[in-house]
Design a protein. Structure first.
Length: 160
């Protein structure tokens, strides 16, 4: 992909989105602070033989956890912001049909302290950036346990 000089971005923006050649994480993610570090993969979080979370072992290992319904309820409470992001594309005449998963870290107080795009099919940088900015302002119930909670939440656009 050919990299455009910065001054051409304004002209290109009138026709289409101005996309830098930097990787997605550079464009949209802030490095997490020590208080807001991402957790290891879910398979590394202590689980019971039946697949449930071993809360005592998770707390001893420094992990936080949340009820999935609390996460779902809070994300749904912010669907207006998500729709506002997709509406911006429709105003430009380019409605988005696809799936974007946002990965965010919920800090000890319930605030989103880091967010980035985990997956986008197809890629739509303007929508991705808007979703990341929106997610950074969300507030969840405080996690259980001593640590932060990392969540990947999918949004599907244009589905019947």
């Amino acid at each position: 992909m050919r990299r455009l000089p910065r001054w051409t971005c304004a002209a290109v923006l009138l026709v289409t989105a101005c996309v830098r050649s930097a990787p997605r994480e550079e464009r949209m993610a802030e490095p997490p602070t020590a208080e807001c570090a991402e957790l290891p993969a879910e398979r590394d979080v202590p689980h019971l033989p039946d697949g449930g979370l071993d809360e005592a072992a998770a707390a001893d290992a420094g992990f936080g956890w949340m009820d999935k319904e609390d996460i779902r309820r809070t994300a749904r409470a912010h669907l207006g912001e998500v729709h506002s992001c997709s509406d911006q594309l429709e105003v430009r005449g380019t409605p988005f049909i696809g799936r974007i998963a946002v990965r965010f870290v919920i800090g000890n107080e319930g605030d989103v302290c880091a967010a980035r795009i985990a997956e986008a099919k197809p890629s739509q940088p303007l929508l991705e950036q808007c979703l990341v900015q929106a997610a950074r302002g969300w507030r969840f119930p405080r996690p259980n346990g001593p640590g932060s909670v990392t969540v990947t939440y999918p949004f599907v656009f244009g589905a019947p």
